[in-house]
Design a protein around this ligand. Structure first.
Ligand SMILES: Cc1cc2nc3c(=O)[nH]c(=O)nc-3n(C[C@H](O)[C@H](O)[C@H](O)COP(=O)(O)OP(=O)(O)OC[C@H]3O[C@@H](n4cnc5c(N)ncnc54)[C@H](O)[C@@H]3O)c2cc1C
Ligand code: FES
Length: 357
C-alpha cells in the first residue's frame, strides 16, 4: 500500500487523471486515479418508496464515522447531480457501506436511486462530513429520528451496541405509517439486545396502531413520559427541518447536550434587495441578482447550475472563492468583506461580487 502510494506520487505529474480513468474503467468501472467510485452491489426495499443500497467503494474511499454523511454524485438523464446521503450502518469489515434513500415526489436524485438504479451502476462518493458523531466516553443517550433522518441515527445506534451498554440509550423514531418504517426487522431484533436499550416508534398517520406503537407529533409530555432522566441525556436529532425545529424547542433547554441535523433545507429566506452584479470569472458570465437572496438560489433563478449538496452550509460542495465584494451569512448575519471561500447556499450578496466559478 505504502509502496503503491509512493509510486503514485512519483508518476502523478505524468498522468492525466481523465485519460487514466477512461482506460482504467475499460478494465473495471470503479477504477479511478483520484475519484472515489462505488459500485451498487445489491439493493433491497427497506420501506415504502425507500431502498437500501449496498455499495462497494474503490480504494480512494476514506471511510466515515457513524453519524456522518457522504455526497453522492450520479448521472440522471445525462446530467451529473450531487446530493448528501448518510450511511445507515457501520462500515462493514469487507469495506462495503449501506445507504438508504427515500424517494421524494419530483426528487431527481432520490427517485433515480430508488426507482431506476440497478446492481452494477457506479456512483461517485465525496469525503465524509458532519460532526454528529460519537465521543469516546460512554454516555446516556436519547436518539431522535423522523423519516429518512433515521439513517445516521441507525449507524450511531449500531455503533453504540457493538459493546454492552454502560448507560441507558433510547431511540424515538417517528414515521407516518408502519409501511414507512425503515429497518423494522433490525430494530425489532435489537429491542431485547440490551436491558439498557429502549426503542419507541411513533406513527403520525397510522389508523390502527399496535400496542407498542405511539402516535402524535413531538410534545413535552411524550418525552417526559418516555425519558424521565432527560437532564442527563445527550440528545442527537435528525429529520426534516420543521421536525428538528420543534424537537429543539422541546429538548434543548433540558438535555445535557443537544445536537441536531436536518435533511431538508429550511425555507429560503429572501430579502428582496437592490440588484447587484455577480461575475463568474472562470465562466466569463455576469448576471444581475437581488442582494439578500442566498447566492445558490439567486444563481439558479438566473438559469445557472452551480454544484450543490446539502443546501444548508455543511457539505462544502457549493463553496467557491470570492475574489471581490461583500457577502452576508444568511444564518447569523455575519458580514464578510474580504476575499476568501464562500458557500453559495448560505451567503447572500451585499454588493457586486466576483466569484471564481
Ligand atoms: C446531510 C444530509 C444527509 C442526508 N441523508 C439522507 C439519507 O440518508 N437518505 C435520504 O433519503 N435522504 C437524505 N438526505 C436528503 C437528500 O440529500 C436529498 O435532499 C433528497 O434525496 C432529495 O433529493 P432529490 O434530488 O431527489 O430532490 P430535488 O430534485 O433536489 O428536489 C425536489 C423537490 O423536493 C424538495 N426536497 C429536496 N430535498 C428534500 C428533502 N430532504 N425532504 C423533502 N423535500 C425535499 C425540493 O425542495 C424540491 O421541491 C440528506 C440530506 C442532507 C442535507
Ligand atoms: S450545498 Fe452543502 S455547503 Fe452549500
Amino acid at each position: 500500500m505504502m509502496a503503491s502510494q509512493t509510486l503514485k506520487r512519483i508518476v502523478a505529474p505524468l498522468v492525466d487523471p481523465a485519460v487514466y480513468d477512461f482506460w482504467a474503467q475499460k478494465i473495471s468501472p470503479t477504477l479511478s486515479w483520484d475519484r472515489c467510485l462505488a459500485r451498487i452491489e445489491s439493493r433491497h426495499i427497506e420501506a415504502r418508496d425507500t431502498v437500501s443500497l449496498i455499495l462497494k467503494p474503490n480504494r480512494q474511499f476514506q471511510g466515515f464515522q457513524p453519524g456522518q454523511h457522504l455526497n453522492v454524485t450520479v448521472e440522471v438523464n445525462g446530467i451529473r447531480l450531487t446530493r448528501s446521503y448518510s450511511p445507515s450502518d457501520t462500515l462493514r469489515s469487507d469495506g462495503r457501506i449501506r445507504l438508504t434513500v427515500k424517494a421524494i415526489p419530483e426528487g431527481r436524485v432520490s427517485r433515480h436511486l430508488v426507482h431506476h438504479s440497478k446492481v452494477g451502476d457506479v456512483l461517485e462518493l465525496g469525503a465524509a462530513f458532519g460532526d454528529m458523531t460519537l465521543p469516546k466516553e460512554a454516555a446516556a443517550w436519547l436518539l431522535v429520528a423522523a423519516g429518512s433522518g433515521i439513517t445516521p441515527i441507525m449507524s450511531l445506534l449500531q455503533t453504540l451496541l457493538q459493546k454492552p451498554l454502560e448507560q441507558p440509550v433510547a431511540l424515538i423514531y417517528w414515521a407516518r405509517t408502519r409501511a414507512d418504517l425503515c429497518f423494522s426487522e433490525d430494530l425489532h431484533s435489537l429491542t431485547n439486545r440490551d436491558p439498557l436499550l429502549k426503542i419507541h416508534t411513533v406513527l403520525t398517520r397510522e389508523d390502527h396502531r399496535l400496542a407498542d406503537e405511539l402516535g402524535g407529533r413531538p410534545r413535552e409530555a411524550l418525552f417526559r413520559n418516555l425519558i424521565p432522566d432527560l437532564e442527563r441525556r445527550r440528545v442527537y436529532v435528525c429529520g426534516p427541518d420543521g421536525f428538528v425545529t420543534s424537537v429543539r424547542g422541546l429538548l434543548e433547554p433540558h438535555a445535557a447536550l443537544f445536537r441536531a441535523e436536518s435533511f431538508s433545507p429550511a425555507p429560503v429566506v429572501t430579502r428582496a434587495g437592490a440588484p447587484v452584479t455577480v461575475t463568474l470569472s472562470k465562466s466569463n458570465v455576469s448576471v444581475q441578482v437581488p442582494s439578500g437572496t442566498p447566492l445558490l438560489k439567486a444563481l439558479e433563478d438566473s438559469g445557472l447550475k452551480p454544484a450543490y449538496g446539502c443546501r444548508m452550509g455543511i457539505c462544502n460542495t457549493c463553496s467557491c472563492q470570492k475574489q471581490t465584494g461583500s457577502t452576508t451569512d444568511t444564518r447569523n448575519g455575519a458580514v464578510q468583506n474580504e476575499p476568501g471561500p464562500v458557500r453559495l447556499c448560505i451567503n447572500s450578496a451585499n454588493s457586486d461580487l466576483t466569484l471564481e466559478l
